[in-house]
Design a binder for this molecule. Structure first.
Ligand code: DC
Length: 227
């Protein structure tokens, strides 16, 4: 009998990783875990509880309070919804303020360590597609399939801008572009688990592909290999 696959999807911000992964999970009957949501959840906690007198996140305060953070995904009608200390934060983690600060939080070694085991535990049973930045390189180096998504900066900005407008968050094209550029730079240059393509990952540039077309490309590869 075929076992259910473990799939790692990494790539740049706003390449559609999460929605594409969700589609694939549905097609294959496996679980989807958006690991960026975990980093965003910790960032939201830090904004609320760990700022210094200038209103900036203090990494010392955050590290000392990591033990007070309980992040869990609850299955609500087939959707995994993120709860932070018992509160549904799935909308709040998508705000501009969280996006602006998440890369700073994600580069703290203690934060990455805190989330590493959590992510591996969730993949232990197999049958999972996990999307993030370091899944194929660090979190699940033995994944059955690894993909790395990229797209042009203007196309990624257009997608993110449209998403923010649909959430009634007022912002302009240039600031969205700036956030993506800065975030990708911080994510790629950090010392621990930087964003990079695993040597054995398949690269997909989806600048000119829809989410469905990207998902189909990935599904072709996954269905073509017997596990
Ligand atoms: O996928 P996303 O845009 O929601 O991720 C938010 C941030 O979290 C991203 O800028 C970098 C960080 N992240 C990470 O460092 N490692 C992961 N596996 C996932 C996300």
């Amino acid at each position: 009998m075929n076992r259910k696959p473990v799939i790692a999807i990494d790539g740049y911000s706003s390449t559609g990783k999460s929605s594409i992964s969700k589609k694939i999970a549905r097609e294959l009957g496996i679980v989807h875990l958006d690991t960026g949501a975990l980093y965003r959840g910790i960032t939201l906690f830090a904004i609320k509880n760990c700022t210094d007198s200038n209103g900036k996140i203090s990494s010392e305060k955050l590290v000392s309070q990591l033990k007070d953070i309980n992040l869990e995904f609850r299955n609500e009608g087939g959707e995994l919804v993120l709860y932070l200390n018992g509160e549904n934060v799935s909308a709040e983690i998508r705000t501009v303020s969280v996006a602006d600060q998440v890369s700073f939080v994600a580069k703290q070694p203690e934060v990455r360590e805190f989330l590493l085991q959590k992510q591996r535990d969730m993949a232990r049973e197999g049958g999972i597609i996990m999307d993030g930045r370091d899944i194929g390189t660090v979190v699940l180096p033995d994944a059955d399939f690894k993909f790395f998504l990229t797209a042009s900066i203007d196309e990624r900005t257009r997608r993110r801008h449209t998403e923010l407008l649909s959430m009634n968050q007022s912002t302009d094209f240039e600031s969205v572009k700036e956030n993506l550029i800065v975030r990708d730079k911080t994510d790629s240059e950090r010392e621990i688990s930087p964003l990079r393509q695993a040597e054995d990952a398949i690269l997909i540039d989806n600048t000119n592909l829809s989410k469905d077309e990207t998902a189909q490309k990935i599904l072709e590869v996954v269905r073509g290999k017997k596990l």
